[in-house]
Design a protein around this ligand. Structure first.
Ligand SMILES: [Zn+2]
Ligand SMILES: [Zn+2]
Length: 66
């Protein structure tokens, strides 16, 4: 795969950040530059870019322990 031969892997088109995984780069672009928060709290609708941060919020703030 040619892509993995590139030093730094995938680079962001908006800034100089680089990522080893394409999916990480796409997530970075969506959350940092497009202000998307794909993971949102089902209770207060606050959004996060990372699923673990969202889960932790739900557990801590709303007291939901699964
Ligand atoms: Zn960027
Ligand atoms: Zn919430």
């Amino acid at each position: 795969m040619v892509w993995f031969a590139i030093v730094g892997g995938y680079s962001c088109q908006y800034c100089s950040a680089s990522f080893t995984l394409n999916s990480n780069m796409l997530r970075h672009v969506r959350t940092k530059h497009l202000n998307e928060t794909p993971y949102s709290c089902p209770i207060c609708k606050k959004g996060w870019s990372r699923p673990d941060a969202c889960k932790e919020h739900v557990y801590r703030v709303h007291g939901l322990i699964r």
